[in-house]
Design a protein around this ligand. Structure first.
Ligand SMILES: Cc1ncc(COP(=O)(O)O)c(C=O)c1O
Length: 396
């Protein structure tokens, strides 16, 4: 038989999903594992959103919609983005997709050709690296360390640009770090993008989950020249606890939106009609549910950060958004814990799962080899127990 396609064969399985699946399997086998691997809110989708979906079914609102989404949903997206982020987009500049993950793929499809370079600040969300490879482009990873708050500087960006650079992927607030770029930092990065003529894919899916009273700054809000070269990615998954509904959306200039709309019409077709109706209710309905979940995440963040920094051998900086914290485990490299030699964060996570019954995600898949991602999207009781277990595990 002939070989499979080179591009497809080179795609790696998602490390976040792998650990989550393993933890779920251990739980199914009756082992008392606490999972900190999840990339989704642990809350249920709010009732009024579920009711809108039930009504859509009862009303036989069950057929195809326009490939890039219903006018009603696009209008709701424009309204919400204006209210929350000060962005002015028309429905013709919106493309609704089956989840924000697909948005990243579509945005790359619209902007890059095989051989183009895409700059990716590390630590990065695992899927970006694979998606860049999936469109035949070349990822250029720019590492931002913990001392820089895991944030790439404008100088680092400028140094990474070559004549082949086509686009930059920004993720703010970020997964896996939870860090948030300030307006000034974003402006400096945007200036480089305009000067060097590069597109920006700005994934802002965690914009609703910000702490300490801060509000996220959308990359596209930084001026006309910046907006026209930016594709904003957002969705309902994280803010409204709707990961399983599979609705994401893109905002872009009309020309780019049209290209992405054409692409989606031949690949996935329209996103789920019922989920679109539910998303209209999410975006147009009361927003206090978002605030309630956000407050809960903030309380959990405060607890986990404080506890982690009191445990010998590990530490973390305080994330400002999303629901992840990056634990620094550099000091444990070369140590033996419960008979296991820890040489990498992968070794650490495997040992912690095996001996401490706590599931976390190694930083290796995120371009952060000496770190471990803890998702605090789990109950306060689980977080407390998880920290107790980490402490006991490290005592060996
Ligand atoms: C940064 C980032 N973008 C996009 C997504 C995907 O969102 P969706 O569930 O809408 O596909 C995730 C999910 O983990 C994410 O962390």
């Amino acid at each position: 038989m002939k070989e499979l396609a080179r591009i497809a064969s080179a795609v790696q399985a998602s490390s976040t999903m792998a650990i989550d699946a393993l933890a779920k399997q251990m739980k199914a086998d009756g082992i008392d594992v606490i999972g900190f691997g999840a990339g989704e809110p642990d809350f249920n989708t709010p009732d009024h959103i579920k009711a809108a979906a039930e009504k859509a079914i009862a009303d036989n609102n069950t057929r195809y919609t326009p490939a890039s989404g219903t006018v009603e949903l696009k209008e709701a997206i424009c309204k919400r983005m204006k209210e929350d982020c000060g962005l002015n987009y028309k429905p013709a500049q919106v493309v609704v997709t089956s989840g924000a993950k697909h948005c990243v793929y579509l945005a790359l499809r619209a902007l890059v050709d095989p051989g183009d370079e895409v700059i990716l600040p590390a630590p990065f969300w695992v899927s970006y690296l694979e998606l860049i490879k999936m469109v035949g482009a070349k990822p250029v990873v720019v590492t931002a360390g913990e001392s820089a708050g895991f944030k790439m500087t404008a100088e680092q960006l400028a140094a990474a640009v070559t004549p082949n650079t086509k686009a930059l992927i920004m993720n703010n607030p970020g997964n896996p770090t939870g860090m948030v770029y300030s307006r000034g930092e974003l402006e400096a990065i945007a200036k480089v993008c305009v000067e060097k003529d590069i597109f920006v894919i700005s994934d802002e899916i965690y914009y609703g989950l910000m702490y300490d009273g801060a509000r996220a700054v959308s990359f596209a809000s930084l001026g006309g020249e910046v907006k026209e070269r930016t594709i904003v990615i957002n969705g309902v998954s994280k803010s409204y606890a709707m990961t399983g509904w599979r609705i994401g959306y893109l905002l872009a200039g009309e020309r780019i939106a049209k290209v992405m709309g054409n692409f989606v019409s031949h690949s996935t077709g329209s996103p789920c009609t019922i989920s679109q109706a539910a998303s209209v209710a999410a975006l147009n309905g009361p927003q206090d549910c978002v605030e309630k979940m956000r407050r809960s995440f903030e309380e959990r963040r405060n607890y986990i950060v404080e506890r982690m920094n009191r445990i010998d051998g590990v530490s973390c900086i305080k994330p400002e958004g999303a629901f992840y914290v990056m634990m620094n485990m550099e000091k444990l490299i070369g140590k033996t814990i419960h008979g296991e030699l820890i040489q990498t964060s992968d070794d650490f996570c495997t040992a912690l799962l095996k001996h401490g019954l706590v599931a976390t995600v190694p930083g290796s898949g995120f371009g952060a080899p000496n770190f471990v991602r803890w998702s605090y999207s789990t109950s306060m009781d689980n977080i407390k127990e998880g920290m107790d277990r980490l402490e006991a595990f490290l005592k060996g």
